[in-house]
Write a protein that binds this ligand. Sequence first.
Ligand SMILES: CC(C)(COP(=O)(O)OP(=O)(O)OC[C@H]1O[C@@H](n2cnc3c(N)ncnc32)[C@H](O)[C@@H]1OP(=O)(O)O)[C@@H](O)C(=O)NCCC(=O)NCCS
Length: 162
Amino acid sequence: MNIRPYTDQDLAEVVALFTDSVHQIASRSYTPEQLVIWAPPAPDLEQWRARLSDVETLVAESGGVIAGFLSFTSNGHIEFLFTAPTFSRQGVASLLYQAAMQRLTASGVETLTTDASLEALPFFESRGLKVSKEQTVERNGVKFRRFAMTGPSKSSNHHRSA
Ligand SMILES: CC(C)(COP(=O)(O)OP(=O)(O)OC[C@H]1O[C@@H](n2cnc3c(N)ncnc32)[C@H](O)[C@@H]1OP(=O)(O)O)[C@@H](O)C(=O)NCCC(=O)NCCS
């Protein structure tokens, strides 16, 4: 598993991974109506290009296939963290997280924040983040539960490899 910076050529693969991850992994915690709003079956690639241009993104690659990606802002907010369903629970998110933490701590960021989905909550808890606020956000008239989380940016004591 190789961690490298995202490039514009990864756009379609990353967006497809996001869509699969939401529909196949997050589907355990969200309704079909919520899933279609979160990850429309026909994603708007230009909207994604703009979203990704505002953040730093790392991809995990295995045998030329993208297995996961993580996006973060320079002040330590994790914007996206998604693993492809076929690579689930194999340490992909852990590797991406560790690589992002290295970059953030190197640039002096000490505190991390994220807005975690129900599916991502256990992962972030396993990295030492704590829920600061439970939130309900509304998109297209549909409500979503999520968790504002915060914690130290140094790598947690939970290590594993993919
Ligand atoms: C959350 C997510 C990124 C985790 O990715 P992953 O590559 O499977 O995570 P890892 O294999 O690195 O997991 C590391 C540890 O996190 C914890 N963890 C991860 N997923 C978990 C789950 N569903 N339930 C309980 N613990 C979990 C475990 O402690 C795990 O270690 P273990 O497998 O040795 O028990 C992935 O499940 C995903 O893409 N979910 C759907 C999309 C989503 O909701 N993304 C986040 C938006 S905020």
